[in-house]
Design a protein around this ligand. Structure first.
Ligand code: CUA
Length: 393
């Protein structure tokens, strides 16, 4: 590239003033890049997990390099626009410029080194944050249109002090028999400080993405596959969970929100100060619902449906639900007019079908979005209790 005709510097003899300018510009670019990388992280959410520091360091490193490249490109662009602009009466063509081997080598080799360094560094962070940790708390997470549910598994070793297997209902005993376990579902993820958590993500419908900004984890849920992701919370608190993959009309509802009365709606991570508090305030009360189910089917159904994440789509005043993606469930037992259209003989059958095969009959004005709940997710007995509760609404 021969720019000599358009500069005042004779070819091959860069003057001292120009050298000083190049050095000053180079320093400005480097310091500017570092400044961008130092200041920008102030807009990031708090670092809630042990892994967050590594992720943020990598981000800051990439930001410094990106910032320098940005300043270099914009600087050269601005300089060229001013320095090499045509005079008002100059209608001639620019000089014909052919290849410049040195320049091409420079702009190939430097980016290659940058990309290689970033690849090695990123891979290292990836491996570190994915490593299997001792004593992981395993939680199965189901993301489906349009809610998250968290399944906790208990073995006989997890029973509260003073509760023996023999003291439990026969049905519950049978679940525990032969190394089996019982599980309960919550629409929130509870854990405690410094406890490594492994979440196993699955989806029965379309792809979603499980994102906890404060924990710096974001992982796609792929249909037909189980994906694990880990984090270790380091601070007591309440952290928002968000779906980061456009999954349909209720996508925005797959995020933790705060209700008008200050209650937590949707999916949140609750980090307790220690395991004892976690067990006392969350785990045992939830487990007790499963191992000591109420006799009254209506009360049992109310408990069961509360643990499901139906609230993000449906409205039900008794439970404080305000969802609008699916039909309003208040007064559901009075919707006689839907019975004939749905082809079911009784209301109970209609509700049963609406949960097992939601697509079989669609309430007028609503799309086929609700996932079918299999017997693996809600047993037939549990479903009957839920229907008994809905019939009272
Ligand atoms: Cu689930 Cu977006």
């Amino acid at each position: 590239m021969d720019l000599s005709k358009r500069t005042n510097t004779p070819k091959g003899k860069p003057n001292t003033a120009m050298l000083i300018w190049i050095i000053v510009a180079g320093l400005a670019i480097i310091l500017g890049g570092l400044l961008i990388s130092t200041l920008t992280p102030y807009v990031l959410p708090r670092q809630g997990s042990a892994e967050a520091v590594q992720v943020d360091d990598l981000f800051r490193f990439m930001l410094a390099i990106g910032g320098m490249i940005f300043l270099l490109v914009q600087g050269v662009l601005l300089y060229s626009a001013v320095r090499f602009r045509a005079k008002p009466d100059d209608l001639s063509d620019g000089p014909p410029i052919h290849g410049n081997t040195t320049l091409e080598l420079v702009w190939t080799i430097i980016p290659s080194i940058v990309v290689l360094v970033l690849a090695i560094y990123s891979y290292q962070v990836w491996v570190n944050t994915r490593a299997i940790l001792p004593n992981e708390q395993a939680i199965d997470v189901v993301g489906q249109r349009f809610a998250w549910s968290f399944n906790y598994t208990a073995t006989t070793e997890d029973l509260p002090a003073g509760v023996t297997l023999a003291s439990l209902d026969e049905v519950v005993q049978a679940d525990f028999a032969d190394g089996g376990n019982v599980s309960f579902t919550s629409n929130q993820l509870h854990t405690w400080v410094n406890q490594p958590v492994r979440v196993s993500l699955t989806t029965p419908d379309v792809n979603h993405a499980f994102w906890i900004p404060d924990m710096r984890i974001k992982q796609d849920l792929l249909a037909g596959r189980v994906t694990d992701i880990r984090f270790t919370p380091i601070e007591v608190g309440v952290y928002r969970i968000v779906c980061a993959e456009l999954c349909g009309s209720g996508h925005g509802d797959m995020a933790g929100t705060i209700g008008n009365d200050g209650t937590l709606l949707g999916a949140w991570v609750i980090v307790h100060p220690d395991e004892e508090t976690y067990l006392r305030e969350f785990y045992y009360p939830e487990l007790n619902r499963v191992i000591f189910p109420p006799e009254d089917p209506v009360e049992l159904g109310r408990q069961l449906i509360s643990a499901q994440a139906c609230n993000s789509c449906h409205t039900l005043p008794d439970l404080g639900w305000q969802g609008i993606v699916g039909p309003d469930l208040s007064g559901i037992s009075t919707r006689i007019q839907r019975l004939a259209a749905s082809g079911n003989p009784t209301l109970e059958d209609y509700l049963h079908q609406s949960i097992r095969e939601p697509g079989a009959y669609l309430a007028p004005g609503y799309n086929n979005l609700m996932p079918a709940f299999t017997e693996g997710q809600i047993s037939e007995d549990q479903l009957n209790a839920i229907i008994a509760y809905l019939m009272t609404q």
